[in-house]
Design a protein around this ligand. Structure first.
Ligand code: ZN
Length: 657
């Protein structure tokens, strides 16, 4: 299947009316952005999402094929995926059932008095994927990355981020109003219309607002020490006695004793008080609303519509996505590796893996040279940095061993019950890791995902098959294109191991201070000016960026492009020779490929949502502000030293002297 013109780079993507030194993002992408307005059922659109959408269409073929194979062996990927999809697409059954599939949960919550055992009930809800108050999970121990410990993490909010509860800006006022309205609608749908529901919804909102007040910001959570407070179960019970930890853990079949990371002690201390002092009926409604809001997209049409109206108010999206697309996403989250197995077999060409691996090694060798040259770093720290780089793992395409789902029952009878069982299975799978060694084969993204990640505690990078396609990797383009695209992504992920957050982890993935005070000062001095650059960045009237939230991604973007460019030179590609694509040089093609990755449009409300919570800078910033720190960019196009994007004082903490 050949990718559509939407995905593959072409000269018509450019806007020649813009000067590349004024606004390279618009020069490279203006044509694409004009030709591809945001579809009514998306909150934003871009080459990245266009590829995601194309992948989803391929997955849809697989889902329909599996649905039409009713005799697949029980427990096989085809059976799990096919039955899930069949139940999820059976609108008639779903419509008739209304909220009935949730009856046992709602009966347990009750509506006339407080639950008899709140924390057993919370555990029961956690198994359904509903996480009132906080989340329970597992993580690698920050100080001993070889072992898995339990973690309890702040949560329990129905709006996307704490700012949505606390920021006085009218934009957030509107979001709060929409949320209260949504909660009241859910109560109406559950219990029949009642004017009291609005007041009850307000009380639940007020409860969540108290949680928001003591929640850590996304920027604060980037410091691994700030969210690491290991406790024994006994110490936890002594510190936060209002939470029934023993009941909760017993309901999950966890042993009497194990280490728990109390990620945000101040949050949990306040949570304990709040639960003790809040009207039990309000707590009940909060629990019911958490459940109903989580499952609304899977219930009958009135619920789906209520959920969409709320999403619309938050993101500006005009129209709901088609059902197959929505349920496909939920399936991906629930049993995605079963689907991944089918996906890889059908769609992933092994040649993509080999060529990406070659670019990866070229980028790694380049990074090695750069670390060896760094003037500000002491020798001891340099040795450790090189060790970390050499030991960095890479996984490309799909896992050697696919995760399977032993014992998980998926059938064609009830979509909601399939979702519940898959969630319970996933949580039990996670909790079973406590006290066991880390599984090196585990992936945190499915192979069909259009994305990539660096995992600091595993010191490992993963590039799923889904991303190894145009615009990220194009086998038919000159290799300079691929260095600018997937090469920059590889460099980005590699730099994450050494950004302001990643540098706090050592080669084994332990949070450990391996830097001398002098090195730390050298590094901080180099990123100081990047912070100022982000503070000054102008990309949309009146809105500002939060440098503390964005710093890691910004450092990774800068490092990524610089590394990929040098890696291209290492690979013997002459930057200023013709590239055999149009009349562009390799250097020009490299930078256009990089910019093309971020081509897209975003709705205003969604931009606000991203600014409050997304550690990635907006697309225009990712291109323009990054290139001001890339010396090689100056020679690509005729850019005068006076031009705004001219890299007069490029900063790359891992590049310079
Ligand atoms: Zn990143």
């Amino acid at each position: 299947m050949s990718p559509s013109s939407e995905l593959r780079f072409s000269l018509s993507d450019l806007d020649p009316a813009v000067h590349p030194g004024e606004d390279f993002y618009s020069y490279a992408n203006g044509g694409w952005c004009r030709a591809h307005p945001i579809p009514a059922d998306y909150s934003r659109w871009g080459t990245f999402l266009a590829l995601d959408r194309r992948n989803r269409e391929q997955l849809r073929d697989l889902l329909e094929g599996a649905r039409n194979t009713p005799d697949a062996p029980v427990g096989s990927p085809t059976q799990l995926v096919g039955d899930w999809y069949a139940a999820a697409m059976d609108e008639q059954t779903i419509e008739q059932a209304g909220w009935d599939p949730l009856r046992t949960f709602l009966d347990a919550i009750g509506s006339t008095s407080g639950p008899s055992n709140l924390w057993t009930l919370v555990a029961h809800l956690q198994k359904s994927g509903t996480n009132p108050f906080f989340e329970l999970g597992v993580q690698q121990d920050a100080k001993d990355s070889t072992r898995m410990i339990a973690v309890v993490y702040q949560g329990g909010l129905g709006l996307p981020e704490r700012d949505y509860y606390l920021d006085p800006d009218p934009f957030f006022d509107r979001a709060r109003e929409a949320y209260v309205c949504y909660l009241a609608t859910l109560l109406d749908l559950w219990q029949g219309a009642d004017p009291m529901h609005r007041e009850q919804a307000r009380a639940v909102f007020a409860f969540e607002r108290e949680l928001a007040l003591v929640s850590m910001t996304p920027a604060e959570q980037r410091d691994p020490w700030a969210i690491y407070h290991p406790r024994s179960v006994e110490a936890l019970a002594g510190e936060i006695p209002e939470v029934g930890w023993y009941d909760l853990f017993r309901a999950h079949d966890l042993p009497q004793e194990f280490p728990v990371n109390l990620a945000q002690p101040a949050f949990f201390a306040r949570l304990g008080q709040l639960v003790a002092e809040t009207d039990p009926l309000c707590i009940n409604r909060y629990l019911a609303l958490q459940l109903l809001a989580g499952f609304a997209p899977a219930l009958s049409s009135a619920w789906v519509d209520a959920h969409f109206q709320f999403a619309k108010a938050l993101t500006g999206t005009e129209q709901i996505q088609p059902r197959w697309l929505r349920v496909g996403r939920a399936l991906d989250a629930g049993i995605g590796f079963a689907l991944g197995k089918l996906y890889v077999a059908r769609y992933f060409p092994p040649a993509s893996r080999e060529r990406t691996e070659a670019i990866f090694e070229q980028v790694r060798r380049t990074f090695r040279d750069r670390i060896s040259r760094l003037g500000w770093m002491s020798e001891g720290t340099r040795v450790r940095a090189l060790e970390k780089l050499d030991r960095m793992g890479t996984r490309i395409g799909y896992p050697d061993r696919f995760r399977d789902y032993p014992g998980l029952v998926i059938d064609r009878r009830s979509y909601v019950l399939n979702l519940c069982r898959a969630q319970a299975h996933a949580l039990a799978y996670d909790l079973s890791k406590i006290g066991r060694p880390v599984d090196p084969e585990e992936w945190f993204m499915t192979p069909q995902t259009v994305n990539a990640y660096y995992h600091p505690a595993k010191n490992e990078m993963v590039f799923p098959a889904g991303i190894l396609q145009p615009p990220f990797f194009d086998p038919d383009m000159p290799e300079a294109y691929n260095y600018g695209a997937i090469g920059a992504v590889i460099g980005h992920e590699m730099t994450h191991g050494f950004d302001d957050q990643g540098r706090k982890y050592d080669a084994s993935g332990n949070v450990f201070d391996w830097w001398t005070p002098g090195d730390e000062k050298g590094f901080e001095e180099r990123i100081k000016d990047l912070r100022i650059q982000l503070q000054k960045a102008r990309f949309k009237d009146g809105l500002t960026l939060n440098p503390e939230l964005l710093m890691g991604e910004f450092i990774a973007d800068i490092g990524g492009v610089n590394l990929a460019f040098e890696a291209m030179l290492r690979a013997g590609i002459a930057p200023d020779a013709p590239s055999a694509f149009a009349d562009l040089t390799h250097r020009q093609l490299f930078f256009l490929a990089f910019a093309h990755l971020w081509a897209g449009n975003v709705r205003d409300d969604t931009l606000r949502l991203m600014l409050a919570s997304d550690p990635h800078p907006p697309a225009t910033v990712r291109v323009n502000e990054t290139l001001r720190n890339v010396r090689a960019f100056a020679g690509a196009f005729p850019i005068l030293p006076e031009a705004p994007l001219y890299p007069a004082h490029p900063i790359d903490p891992w590049g310079g002297m």
